[in-house]
Ligand binder design. Structure first.
Ligand SMILES: Cc1cc2c(cc1C)N(C[C@H](O)[C@H](O)[C@H](O)COP(=O)(O)O)c1[nH]c(=O)[nH]c(=O)c1N2
Length: 214
């Protein structure tokens, strides 16, 4: 296999990166074909991981009743969250659509098994959270692969992990890292919805890049 990336392939990757969006409200009900789901999961499974421990599992959820229970958890955490914002922000927060658990035909929960390859893991010795970061790398791989398949993904984190663990029967030692809503979409927003709503702007890259020291 020629391992050199052509200019066209490079441009395609950047297009995927820049046009990936967090999708909440534009899901179509069409099912995602099994072979496409398999490609997404395989892309996620090829993420980097600390010490190559591959701490992830993937729980594929199509069942509406299960997704409905997951959504119940969103309702609880969302109400808690709303109360944390100041009055003016709270109104705006409440106006946002922040999940598409029932609208998307597919949910994928990506987890982290912190015990997977024994206690001492190459690269996790000084910073034990590196296994969790590895599962997040799997999330990002899936998110980008989905965009390349013209599929939308929405990460819903406004759910207590214990709720997800209970609904999906996830063992105690495994951390639910992400609930991802996955499905075809009517369109992709060009810019983040929170940016469009004036919640926060995209920061200037120059203000975030430091040279030599902070
Ligand atoms: C760890 C984590 C957790 C969440 C998110 C993202 C990440 C990385 N995002 C999506 C987030 O709001 C979104 O990525 C940003 O607003 C930027 O928009 P784009 O992803 O570029 O469209 C997100 N969105 C949402 O509607 N509900 C949610 O619970 C979450 N949770």
């Amino acid at each position: 296999m020629n391992m050199t990336i052509s200019e066209q392939e490079r441009d395609a990757l950047y297009k995927v990166i820049y046009s990936r969006r967090d999708v909440r409200g534009q899901f179509l009900a069409n099912p995602v074909p099994e072979e496409v789901i398999a490609r997404l999961l395989d892309a996620a499974h090829h993420a980097p991981s600390v010490g190559f421990m591959q701490p992830w599992d993937f729980i594929v959820v199509k069942d509406r009743a299960v997704r409905s229970k997951v959504r119940d958890g969103f309702e609880v955490a969302h109400a808690e969250a709303a109360a944390m914002f100041s009055d003016k922000k709270q109104e705006q927060y409440r106006s946002f659509k922040l999940e598409g658990i029932m609208e998307s035909p597919l949910g994928i929960c990506i987890t982290c098994d912190r015990t997977r390859s024994g206690e001492v893991v190459i690269g996790r010795t000084a910073n034990p959270e590196m296994d969790l970061y590895s599962s997040v790398c799997a999330v990002q791989n899936l998110w980008l692969a989905a965009r390349a398949e013209n599929l939308g993904v929405g990460w819903v984190s406004i759910i207590h992990h214990d709720h997800i663990r209970e609904v999906l029967g996830i063992p105690e030692h495994i951390v639910p890292v992400a609930w991802l809503c996955v499905g075809y979409v009517s369109f992709f927003h060009q810019t983040p919805e929170l940016e469009q709503a004036g919640w926060l702007p995209r920061m200037e890259l120059d203000s975030l890049v430091h040279y030599e020291t902070w």
